[in-house]
Structure formats: C-alpha cells, structure tokens
Design a binder for this molecule. Sequence first.
Ligand code: P1T
Length: 377
Amino acid sequence: MGFSTTAIHAGNEPDIATGAVSVPIYQTSTYAQDGLGRHKGFEYARTQNPTRSALEKNIAALEGAKFGFAFASGMSAIDATLKLVKAGDHVILGDNTYGGTFRLFSRVLSEYGVEFDLVDTSDVTNLEPAFRSNTKMVFVETPTNPVMTVTDLQAVSDMAHARGARVVCDNTFMSPYFQRPIEFGVDIVVHSTTKYLNGHSDSVGGFVALNDEKDAEWIGFIQNSVGAILSPFDSFLVLRGTKTLAVRMEAHDKNGRMVANFLAEHPRIERVFYPGLASHPQHELAKRQQTGFGGMVAFETGSLANAKKVLESVKLCTLGESLGGVESLISHPASMTHASVPQEKRESLGITDGLVRVSVGIEDIEDILADLDQALS
Ligand code: P1T
C-alpha cells in the first residue's frame, strides 16, 4: 500500500459500536467490566484507550514499525526511550539536537548516572573513537534542529550494531513521509508529534516507533508505569493530522525549497542552512536517505541586531517556538529553542545570535517570500 493509503487507513477502522468512519474520541478514564477479570480488553485509560491505540497503529505503520507508543510530548517520548539505558550506561548523542533533548541529557539523565558524549555524527569517522565498552545507544537527529546537519543513518546503524548499541533517530523534521529511518537500520524512531505529524499547531505530543519486541515491551511498560500518555483528544487530532501528511509535506517541501533559494540569493544573508541546496555539505547524502527536504530553513543574518530586526519585522510569519504547522513560524534558536545549550557550544555549532529559523508553512509562496523580503529590507 502507498503512503497516503496507509496514512488514511492504518488504525482507522470504522468504529465497532457505531460504524463511525472517523475514530471517536473515547473520552473516558475507565471501562465497565462484565465481571471480575472479565472485560473487553480495556481496563483503565492510562493503560489502554481506543483513540490512542488507533493513532499508535497509524504512525507505527507509517514508520514501517511493528510497535508504536504515543506520549504526552516529544520530550516524554524521548525520556521513555532513554529508560532503555541505565545508570552506568553510555550514550553517544549527536552534538546538535533540539535544545530540550540536550537539556534532558545534561540536566536530568546525568543526575541519574547515564553517561553521554556529544559527537558530530555528520562525519561517521567521529563515531568510532566515541564508543566505549558501556555504550548502549547512539541518539541522532537528522536533519538537526536548527542547523540542518545530516547524519548517514545506515553507516551509523552498521557501526553501532557491530558494537551492540541501539540507534535512535529523532525523525521530527522529516516525518515518515520524507524519511523512514528503520529502512536504514535504525532501531527506534522518536517524534515530536507536535510538529508535522499533527501539523496544525494545536496539540503537543510525542511518539516512539520500533520493531524489537523486548524493547517495545519495556517502552509500553514505561508508558503505563510513568503515565505520560497522549490524551484521547490529542490522539484524535494527530490521527486527523496524519491523513493529510503527504499533501502537507509536499507543500512544505515546495515552499521550503523556494524560501531556501530566495535566501541563498539574498545579498543580506550570509549563509543558508537547508539540505536541499546543492551547497549544503551533505546534500548528496540527504538526497540518498530523504525523499524530500521539507520546510525547515535557517539563515545567518550576521548579528543579533539584524536577527531581531527580521524577527520583529515579519508580518505573515509568526514569531514563536515550534514548527511543522500549516502556518509559517519564525524563531531565534539562540534565545528560544536552544537557550539551554551553553553559548560556546551553540556558537561552535553555528547557532549564533544572528541565526534565524523559519518553519515554512503552506501559505501561498508569493506571500511568504514577500513577507521575508520586506522584513529583510
Ligand atoms: O515540544 P515537544 O513535543 O516535547 O518535542 C520536543 C522536540 C523533540 N525533537 C525535536 C526535533 C524538536 O524540534 C522538539 C521540539 N522543538 C521545538 C519546540 C522547536 O521549536 O524547535
């Protein structure tokens, strides 16, 4: 089955009780039991909820995974995944990730004895010396937030597996429409469903997709034991969102390429970060493992003052955190999404005070370009 057919039908069987074509929002905390130990497979809504189950089947199918678990946020999905490692274990973490992921490692997991090293995984030769005897996981984002660095998923997977470590990929920026990490050997895919999967900036959620039965059993156990579940209403919203994922991603990609090209030619822009540009250092790799480049574009304005001017001059683009919605959003990574990354580290990654990030929406491209043009001038 094709991607859109799967997106529209996987998990979306007509409701057993009523035939409702759209999976209902089962807004309940518990379920009546027929007798002691006799029930319809649903006992308590933290443990099972039909709306959430439908979404879990849906996104798992899109990622080509056997198992899927929906969480209350992208961060709780990542946190649950990191419960596959224990105190004394070591994780190799890509040196550029969403600031919240870095904060989870540096401020939370480190307090519980999980060791980690930051590695620039865009060059796989950097990985080899980072492995230790206790390395249990390699965690990468590709392309990265916000400087759009691309990591070779097959090469990292081969290297990690030869050393007995799992590979986790945060696939938020591409969505399964443009990149299916499991096909390149990745073990676990995580998402902030807040972004493209939901696509309408009206829900916060996260997802874990994987094939390994034992790891899936543990993630499911964590989901129920810790309880950071996605609500029935949010599950409904994301399920509604994924039905149009293909058409939205095509539109984001089309507009993203146009914005990147416009910025690349703009005299006031020093550098554009977008894997779809032939000048991007991993353009060829991006073409190999992605089927599109998406709508995330970052650009260097040269100074904080310039960035501020652009961010405060846009009229159509909304200044705000987050990404992946139908509307264009613009942000300042250094002070917003990546404020928890130490300044020196930020600067070495290219997350300067002059860097601006745009989540290019699916409005008419002429309007987006006109807005950026007037803000830049
Ligand atoms: O916000 P939440 O749903 O918890 O997802 C966290 C997260 C995880 N992974 C990536 C790649 C992300 O970009 C995010 C959240 N990012 C933003 C809020 C942002 O504006 O970049």
